[in-house]
Each structure stands twice: as C-alpha cells, then as structure tokens.
Ligand binder design. Structure first.
Ligand code: BG6
Length: 303
C-alpha cells in the first residue's frame, strides 16, 4: 500500500488546489477527493473504484456498506466495483477470484483534469506476471470518471498483446435507495433475462421491475437507458450507456446479506445494483492493438 509520503507525492503531482486532493481515505488507502460547484466525489486507487458522487444540493447517489473492509486484496463493498476480465465465477477455474482480479488491487493514478463544471479522474491497471497467473492476455484497462452534474464513466480496455482476446466487464454500480421494496426499475419491459436465482433460466421481464425477493438477473441485449425511481428519496436515477449489451440487476435480500461478511445484515434494504456490462454471450472481443470503450452516464432528476 502507498505510504503517507507516496500519497503526498501523488497529491503534489496531480492535485488541483481547491478542486481535487489525493489523500488517505478509509484504512489509509489513497483516494482522490473532488469538489466542484456542481458535485463532490471520491475515487479510490484500490480497484479504480468510485465510492461517492453527490450532485450539488442532492443526497449521496452511491451506496457503500458500513462493513466494507477497506484493505488491499478485498473489493470495496459498494460504490462502483470494476468487474474484469470475467463476471461472476471464471467458467474454467472455480478457484479464480469472483468478478475478476482488478477490483482488489491498487490501480495507478494517471491524471486529474478540470473542464467546465466537471473534474475528470483517470486511473489504470495493466497486465503483469500476477494477472497472467489467472489470464494470459496482455492489456491496459483505464477508468475515466467525470464528476459533475452527471457522473460519466468510460472504461477503456486496450489489447496490448499479439493475440485476439475476449473479456467480460461490468460497472457494478451500487445505488443508494430509501427502501428497495418501493423502488421501480424502468426501461427493461419485454427484455429477456437470465435469472441467476433460478439456475440461469431465461425469462422475460413484464413491465417495470420491482424488487420483492433476492434478485440476480442478467438482462440480455440491452441498449437503452434504465431508470431507477426512488419515491423515498424523491428522485429518478437515469443510467444511459454506450457499447454495453448487458444490464445486471442485483439485490442479495435477507439470507445472502447475512452470509456476506463485508455487508450489514439489514443493508440490502438501502441498495440495489444496476450494472452496465458486457457479459456471457455479449462478452467483448478485441483484436491485437485495438480498444473497446464502455460508457455509462448517470443523471439524477426529481420524482
Ligand atoms: C452480482 C452478481 O453482479 O454481484 C451476483 O450477479 C453476485 O451473482 C453479486 O452475488 C456480488 O458479487 P460479489 O463477488 O461482489 O459478492
């Protein structure tokens, strides 16, 4: 982990007075903390992980568990974990870490820049001997998060090797909600999905989605924006996207929540994940030397 001196050096190199600071966050982990007139936000180097976004005058949009461990080697429970290069369990290796290996390792801070009312933070991670133990491909993966009136996320994957490759990816976004049983997720009517709570059976969504039980659904061939309506917080959260054909909706509900050591027993009520992804049959393929950029934009309006 970065020492206090290394964090101070990152701040000297990348900080913008009054706008962006690199400081020690929870567990002494380095984070970038940004504040512009339109929003505040936070992004940890661990996992290239956005943990907070608060548009001016509004409440926090992202959920982070109070039971998060905040240590290298473990993913932060909440915010926006990056799943890569596989989603869920690795098909041919049950011992490989769930959701891939980039969410639990420190990324590198590339740049912080200000444009208009927004500030963009870019971090990246690359293949090395450790990643090659799990996955032989050579790559560079970067996340650029732009904090402003909207939160823009661009996950850029570059194939830096000599062979074509295939990968899965997800912006596993945890949204903070007042009461998950009262929210509605709109924009998935008639879309087919794989129900992971029912042996991956393929089903069709009818109307808006309400969460009344454990939910773990991978919606197929989704190109359009999804809207999360939260009457308790009187807001709509719109997630629009580009280059993403999967949307995953997840809430662990009562038993799974109890079984997770880094998640409070009651916290399932205050969160729902709506994930912008390319998984399963929509895994992305990349020729050597080429890039793939998955984009999401999150906006909040009143309900
Ligand atoms: C979701 C998956 O995206 O993430 C679920 O669809 C999984 O199956 C959940 O349980 C949380 O995963 P993890 O590895 O962060 O506990």
């Amino acid at each position: 982990m970065e020492s206090v001196e290394q964090i101070a050096e990152l701040h000297r190199r990348h900080g913008i007075p009054g706008i962006a600071q690199v400081i020690a966050g929870h567990g002494g982990l380095p984070k970038v903390s940004v504040a512009v007139p339109d929003a505040t936000g936070e992004m940890y180097l661990l996992g290239g992980h956005v943990t907070s976004w608060r548009p001016a005058g509004l409440e926090e949009v992202l959920f982070v568990s109070a039971a998060t461990r905040w240590q290298e080697g473990r993913a932060i429970r909440g915010g926006i974990p990056i799943c890569f290069p596989w989603f869920g369990n690795k098909a041919d290796d049950p011992k490989a870490p769930a959701h891939g290996f980039v969410r639990a390792v420190p990324w590198k801070l590339e740049s912080i820049s200000q444009a208009g009312g927004s500030v963009a933070v870019s971090m990246f991670t690359e293949s090395d001997a450790n990643t090659n133990k799990w996955w032989s491909a050579d790559f560079r993966l970067a996340l650029r998060a732009t904090f402003g009136r909207e939160l823009r996320l661009e996950l850029e994957m570059a194939n830096t090797g000599n062979a074509g490759l295939q990968f899965e990816e997800a912006l596993h976004t945890y949204f903070r909600v007042a009461d998950v049983e009262k929210v509605r997720i709109c924009g998935l009517d008639s879309v087919r999905y794989l129900d992971k709570t029912d042996a991956f059976r393929e089903k069709a969504q009818h109307g808006d989605l309400a969460i009344g039980k454990e939910t773990d659904s991978v919606y197929l061939n989704t190109r359009h924006a999804v809207e999360l309506q939260d009457p308790g917080l009187r807001r709509r959260i719109q997630v629009s996207k580009e280059n993403s054909l999967s949307t995953v909706v997840w809430n662990p509900w009562v038993e799974k929540a109890k079984a997770m050591s880094d998640f409070g027993d009651e916290e399932w009520k205050q969160m729902v994940c709506v994930e912008t992804a390319n998984v399963g049959q929509f895994a992305a393929t990349l020729a050597p030397g080429s890039k793939h950029v998955l984009k999401a934009a999150i906006q909040v309006t009143s309900l």
